[in-house]
Write a protein that binds this ligand. Structure first.
Ligand SMILES: Nc1nc2c(c(=O)[nH]1)N[C@H]1C(S)=C(S)[C@@H](COP(=O)(O)OP(=O)(O)OC[C@H]3O[C@@H](n4cnc5c(N)ncnc54)[C@H](O)[C@@H]3O)O[C@H]1N2
Ligand code: MOO
Length: 340
């Protein structure tokens, strides 16, 4: 510890709490141990009778928590993310635009296995709006050996990115709503409005929506027509399970698309199909999408909107955490559903 004139202390670190007392009104620490003295603190310190203060000097080879957090933030931050100033040693990361938050779990685990590191994030593939806090970091003690920070910096260089937000891409979307009951107007369509609501929430719309009876050839032709019209994502609604009139899986197959999956280990959403036809994604959506606030569609849609190609392995990984709890009020994505 070293005593220095307050006027010369800007940028230095307080060695202990400084108590302020205002008769009958306040008693407590005005400045805390570890606080980095700011220019605006000087008059306050002088008014508290502190002409000199004890300055803390880090032990040999150590750096202050704020400096450590800065260096970690600088090395880990990726596209689409901004970070705050350190507050009591913690730096937060925020989305710079709407998109899909991506985190490399392996890199984060390696950082957190370095003694005294704390790096905390949202789940991978979390859809975020601009300004959403996606991660935060700090070191545990007030000072940390610089070599721990250097270790983070060097492991970060092994990765192309560790945390980032991928912007949602413009996408031409078409829909085929299947089912005799809707086509022949025995009941009112509930699928179109359900899809519209979901897509609206991400700023997308369905450019072309076509109704079809349970006729396998007509459904196939309609998908191909939407593809011909330039649609990059085609949603085929209903007719996905086991009844004789459930034609959608066969109709998607007959387009010649390669099937990524028929079936998913997600409930609701077991009867889901994903396929790809020359760059166009075709999704077969079971009727649970009408009924349940969150389904397999809510899990995969943000990734597709961010331009990712979903593969069979991605779907397999969804089993753990793939069971919706059917809460009375749905808070998805702020829950464990789809976070396997
Ligand atoms: N024996 C079995 N039955 C069911 C299974 C199963 O494996 N074995 N799976 C269940 C699961 S899980 C789901 S999800 C649904 C899947 O339904 P589909 O996608 O095949 O949907 P449909 O059979 O065409 O319709 C079911 C239900 O939803 C109504 N519907 C469908 N589309 C619309 C629309 N556009 N607007 C309003 N309502 C619609 C339809 O009239 C039916 O009532 O199957 C389970 N059954
Ligand atoms: O499994 Mo259905 O496709 O869950 O609701």
């Amino acid at each position: 510890m070293k005593a220095i004139p307050v006027a010369d202390s800007v940028g230095m670190v307080l060695s202990h709490d400084l108590t302020k007392i205002v008769s009958g009104k306040f008693k407590g620490p005005a400045f805390k141990k570890g606080h980095v003295i700011q220019p605006e603190d000087i008059p306050v310190l002088l008014s508290m009778g502190k002409d000199h203060i004890y300055i803390w000097e880090p032990p040999e080879g150590h750096i202050h928590e704020n400096d450590a957090a800065y260096r970690i933030a600088k090395t880990v931050i990726g596209n689409g993310i901004v970070h705050t100033e350190p507050h009591e040693g913690k730096i937060s990361f925020k989305a710079d635009y709407d998109g899909l938050f991506k985190v490399n779990k392996n890199a984060i685990n390696r950082i957190n296995s370095i003694l005294n590191m704390c790096f905390s994030t949202l789940h991978n593939n979390f859809p975020v709006n601009q300004g959403k806090t996606v991660a935060a970091t700090r070191v545990i003690p007030l000072t940390i050996e610089e070599k721990a920070v250097i270790e983070v910096e060097s492991l970060a260089r092994e990765y192309e990115w560790i945390i980032k937000v991928t912007k949602f891409k413009p996408l031409k979307i078409g829909a085929v709503i299947t089912g005799n009951e809707v086509y022949y107007k025995r009941i009112e369509d509930a699928f179109g409005p359900a899809l519209k609501k979901k897509l609206d929430s991400f700023g997308y719309s369905i450019e072309e929506q076509i109704y079809m009876p349970d006729d396998i050839n007509r459904i196939t032709d309609t998908i191909l027509q939407l593809k011909e019209n330039g649609k990059e994502l085609i949603l085929v609604a209903g007719g996905m399970s086991v009844d004789p009139d459930d034609r959608t899986p066969g109709a998607i197959k007959n387009t010649g698309a390669s099937i990524i999956t028929y079936g998913s280990p997600v409930l609701p959403g077991a009867m889901f199909m994903a396929a790809e036809l020359e760059g166009t994604i075709i999704l077969g959506l079971p009727a649970c999408v009408i009924y349940s606030p969150s389904t397999i569609l809510d899990i995969v849609l943000p990734r597709i909107l961010a331009g990712e190609l979903i593969n069979r392995e991605d779907i397999i990984q969804l089993g753990v955490g793939g069971l919706c709890q059917n809460c009375e009020i749905c808070f998805y994505p702020n829950c464990g559903f789809g976070k396997g």
